[in-house]
Design a protein around this ligand. Structure first.
Ligand code: 5GP
Length: 120
């Protein structure tokens, strides 16, 4: 079973506007903002508005509408940043072995330079 959702996690606080972020997009389903420690010229985090710990939690409990909205938001951010032609990478860490640090689902969007081979 997935861990219970901690509504004091940093992305929950960003969603509530309790701590600042550099937002680049928001709609009914998702919010996107710059990663505080970027590892590529474009490094944006896209999070669903709903309280989901991880991809596992979201895929199990999220409604079809939320899931579709979230997926569309990610695509929208990539197009808005003109990343489609050069290419970009999406990544989600799920749980301890993946090194997930923040227990609110987030998808990393990397771009703006050749990204090299996928990490093992
Ligand atoms: P994870 O390792 O959980 O997949 O990624 C967490 C990401 O969140 C890291 O890339 C980290 O730099 C970013 N991050 C952590 N705290 C904050 C914050 O307060 N604001 C923003 N914008 N990003 C954060």
């Amino acid at each position: 079973a997935t861990q219970p959702y901690d509504d004091q996690n940093v992305f929950a606080r960003i969603l509530r506007g309790e701590i600042p972020s550099r937002r680049v997009y928001e709609d009914d389903y998702a919010v996107a903002f710059h990663d505080i420690a970027p590892v590529a010229p474009v490094h944006i985090l896209v999070v669903p508005r709903g309280a989901y710990v991880s991809w596992d939690d979201f895929s199990a409990r999220g409604s079809a509408e939320e899931i579709a909205g979230f997926v569309r938001a990610i695509g929208h951010v990539a197009r808005e940043h003109e990343l489609v032609a050069p290419g970009y990478r999406l990544l989600a860490n799920i749980g301890g072995d993946a090194g997930q640090e923040v227990p609110h689902l987030h998808v990393h969007l990397f771009g703006g330079r050749p990204l090299g081979p996928m990490l093992a």
